[in-house]
Design a protein around this ligand. Sequence first.
Ligand code: ZN
Length: 226
Amino acid sequence: MAIEDELIIEQIQIGPMENFTYVVGSRATREVVIVDPAWDVGALLDRIDEQGYKLAAALVTHYHPDHCGGSFGRNSVEGVAELLSRNPVRVYTHKLEADGLKKVTGISDSDMVKVDSGDKLDVGDVEIEFLHTPGHTPGSQCFRIKRTLVSGDTLFVNGCGRVDLPGSNSEDMYHSLQKLAALPEDTLLLPGHNYAEVPNATMDEIKRVNVYMRIPDLDSWKSLMG
Ligand SMILES: [Zn+2]
């Protein structure tokens, strides 16, 4: 993948659902954040240690347990709760996702930083911008880091997140995708799952291959989504 010199950005496939966790930060200061830590927190922390990175925070795209840990059917998935018990940091969540995140993971208000669209976080000399992209869940968010976009389950290379789940909203998803379509064409999309033939792609490539990014208006969107 295209890695900018000053940026640490590692895409790590983890767990049985082809999730991607990301380690993002500053090459100069070696401070990093971890995005959607789940499934094997020990392996993720070992990797951060081995590289000599300093973990500054955890960022959560949305509250589904395959991204942040928690109960999942009869299973329990490791996630932010295990991360905090081993390496205490703040967990950045969109303010509309905080209650869901608490319920699913058991972390408390004091563990979280509740952010809104447009808020920014500096990690060393790297700035991360939070973008609210509701649709898959009410408080889904993406992270814009230089010419990359970590998109969780909002946008995949070939598709978008499900909007038939509790808390989903199809119309919100349409507007969120429109917002992402307006990002610069060379923005590298870093999705929340490895669902396509390639693990990442630029926005101009995605607009060519992803039908959900080419819907002209809301009425067409509604007839496509049923
Ligand atoms: Zn999800």
